[in-house]
Design a protein around this ligand. Structure first.
Ligand code: TYM
Length: 335
């Protein structure tokens, strides 16, 4: 059976981008594959150092996984730092990553632009830690959104370099995965073309899975639109493309088609369009929100699941490290 791995950074809360880009695929994949899903708390350390915030966010994201329907009997759910084997693989993979290529990574360049001088080495080697997450279980598929494509490419590069140097086929080439034709990108509500993001300072741009009905309505009311199509069959502008993308996820095909036809005929009224979208987003999110909040208040159950998950993940991780140490000549003395 093929192995699947994916994770989300322990920051903030999950939003519709995380759902459609990743979680929706995870829910289907747990039925078909040997799946590992984890909360990336070590990755959060590249930008945040507030212990109580980290603690809260890691548990919050874990509660989201369970509330959305990831089932610990079908997949392995854990918190990254509970599996210290990942850190050892990260160290080794660092020897196969070049400073130049790390500096050219899009996510690093974006952070560098925003943060200026205060860049730590962990931020630079973010893709190496991500490669360790993936290669520790020798994963075949990695269900992620479009923004993670480059990191996947780098994972393959590091794994291949290791394989080449040690003349082994220890690490497979993991592929990004989505059930849709291409990887998904959900846009921020300001029409900027930026992805919807947990770290967007303007929370009006992001619809979180735990937003109240009222918040959802307000955010969509404020969502940026344009002047409206001036000619029949005009292509979507960025603003409208983002909103139709959301509608594709949450509304019925009939509703979607009706508004698409209105757009094509220049008959669309954005007020009605956004009101319908708000209703459908609320119907979509409300039951998930209840489940997530209920898990969040059940720390005893979450603790048990996280412990079990960590045990299973460590068992798989140890096998990989053992094989790795073997090919590297790191088993020094006979029993
Ligand atoms: P993170 O926490 O930023 O996002 C988690 C997942 O959600 C997807 N995603 C989106 N998809 C579509 N549209 C959006 N607007 C959007 N925003 C986020 C991301 O693509 C991701 O799949 N580096 C990763 C966490 C990570 C990881 C890994 C993932 C660490 N190690 C190993 C896979 C495998 C991250 O920051 O995701």
């Amino acid at each position: 059976m093929k192995t699947v791995l994916s994770g989300m950074r322990a920051t903030s809360r999950l939003h519709l981008g995380n759902y459609f880009g990743a979680a929706a695929n995870w829910l289907r994949m747990q039925e078909e594959y040997n799946c590992y899903f984890f909360v990336a708390d070590l990755h959060a350390l590249t930008t945040d150092h507030d212990p109580s915030a980290l603690n809260h966010h890691a548990k919050t994201i874990f509660a989201h996984y369970l509330g959305l329907g990831l089932n610990p009997e079908k997949c392995t759910l854990y918190i990254q730092s509970d599996v210290p084997e990942i850190a050892e693989l990260y160290l080794v993979l660092n020897m196969f990553a070049n400073k130049g290529e790390l500096e050219k990574t899009a996510s690093f360049k974006e952070k560098a632009r925003k943060k200026g001088q205060s860049l730590n080495a962990g931020l630079l080697t973010y893709p190496v830690l991500m490669a360790a997450d993936i290669l520790i279980h020798r994963a075949d598929f990695v269900p992620v959104g479009k923004d993670q494509e480059q990191h996947l490419e780098m994972t393959r590069t590091f794994g291949n370099r290791f394989n080449h140097v040690y003349k082994t086929d220890l690490f497979p080439e993991p592929q990004a995965f989505a059930y849709s034709e291409s990887l998904v990108k959900i846009f921020a509500l300001d029409g900027s073309g930026q992805k919807m993001s947990k770290s967007d300072h303007n929370t009006n741009n992001t619809i979180f899975l735990t937003d109240s009905d009222d918040e959802i309505r307000k955010k969509l009311k404020k969502a940026k639109t344009d002047k409206g199509p001036q000619e029949k069959n005009s292509p979507f502008t960025q603003e409208i493309k983002g909103l139709f993308e959301l509608m594709t996820g949450v509304s019925s095909p009939e509703t979607l088609q009706a508004f698409m036809a209105d757009y094509a005929n220049c008959a669309i009224r954005y007020g009605d369009f956004k009101a319908q979208l708000a209703t459908d987003v609320i119907d979509f999110i409300a039951p998930k929100r209840e489940e997530i909040l209920s898990w969040q208040s059940d720390e005893v159950r979450m603790k048990r699941i996280a412990q079990l998950g960590a045990d299973k993940a460590r068992e798989s991780a140890r096998k990989t490290l053992n094989a790795m140490r073997d090919v590297m000549g790191m088993h020094y003395f006979k029993d």
